[in-house]
Write a protein that binds this ligand. Structure first.
Ligand SMILES: [Zn+2]
Length: 215
C-alpha cells in the first residue's frame, strides 16, 4: 500500500505515521528525515539543503523531488510506503504522479487528519521535544516518564521557540492555503480520506487502519 499522510502541523501526524508504518510494516518516508540524513552525510546535496534550512527557507522543489524519487527507488519501498511531509503543494503532487507513473504504480490512499484549530494550538503549546534524538512529547497528553526528560535518551526536553500561539496560527493559515489544492487533486482521484482528528491517538489510528485493512 502506498499512502500519503497529510495534516496540519501539530495535528498528531508524526505519531500516526509511526503507528501506521509499524502496524502495516511499510517504511516511513519523511522529507524532514531525508534532509537531515543528507546533511549528516555531508554530501553536496546536504550542504545545499542546510543553506536553505539554516535560513529558515524551504528546500527547492527540484532538489526535494529528486531526493524523494531516489528514496522511492530503494528496495524497502517495493511493498509500499508512507509519505509524510510530501507533497506539500500541488506542484509536488503532480511531480509525485509522474514519479509513480514511471514506476507503473499509484498512490492508493491519501489521509487528511483534520483537527480543529483550538486543539492544534493546545497541542503545540504543550509540545516538548528532545533536542538530541528528536522524540516529541506533550506535557498533558503524552508526558515523558520522568518529567522534563526524554524517555529514549534522557536528555532535557525543550519548548521550541516557534511553538507560540501567534506563530502557530500563522503557520496554520499558510498550511491551509497550500494544502487546499492538494486535497482537491486527490479528491478528484477518489483516494482522499478525511479523518476526524479531534479524538485520542488510538481513536485516530483506528479510523485510519480500518480503511487500510479493507485494502
Ligand atoms: Zn531523546
Amino acid at each position: 500500500m502506498r499512502v500519503i499522510l497529510l495534516g496540519t502541523p501539530g495535528g498528531g501526524k508524526g505519531t500516526q505515521a509511526k503507528l501506521i508504518c509499524e502496524y502495516f510494516d511499510i517504511p516511513h518516508i519523511s522529507t524532514g528525515d531525508i534532509f537531515r540524513g543528507k546533511i549528516k552525510e555531508g554530501t553536496a546535496e546536504g550542504k545545499e539543503i542546510s543553506e536553505y534550512t539554516g535560513k529558515g527557507q524551504l528546500v527547492p522543489d527540484r532538489l526535494t523531488i529528486a531526493l524523494v524519487e531516489e528514496r522511492l527507488k530503494k528496495d524497502d519501498c517495493k511493498k509500499g510506503f508512507l509519505l509524510d511531509g510530501f507533497p506539500r503543494d500541488e506542484k509536488q503532487a503532480q511531480a509525485l504522479d509522474e514519479i509513480m507513473n514511471k514506476k507503473n504504480e499509484q498512490i492508493n490512499f491519501v489521509f487528511l487528519i483534520d483537527v480543529p484549530k483550538e486543539i492544534i494550538v493546545d497541542r503545540i503549546l504543550g509540545r516538548r521535544v528532545c533536542p538530541k534524538c528528536g522524540e516529541s512529547y506533550h506535557i498533558k497528553y503524552n508526558p515523558p516518564k520522568v518529567p522534563g526528560n526524554c524517555d529514549v535518551c534522557g536528555t532535557a526536553l525543550i519548548h521550541r521557540a516557534d511553538d507560540q500561539e501567534e506563530i502557530i496560527l500563522d503557520r496554520l493559515a499558510i498550511y491551509n492555503q497550500t494544502t487546499a489544492p492538494i486535497l482537491e487533486f486527490y479528491e478528484k482521484k477518489g483516494i482522499l480520506h478525511k479523518i476526524k482528528g479531534d479524538g485520542g491517538i488510538q481513536d485516530i489510528f483506528a479510523q485510519i487502519s480500518e480503511i487500510l485493512k479493507k485494502a
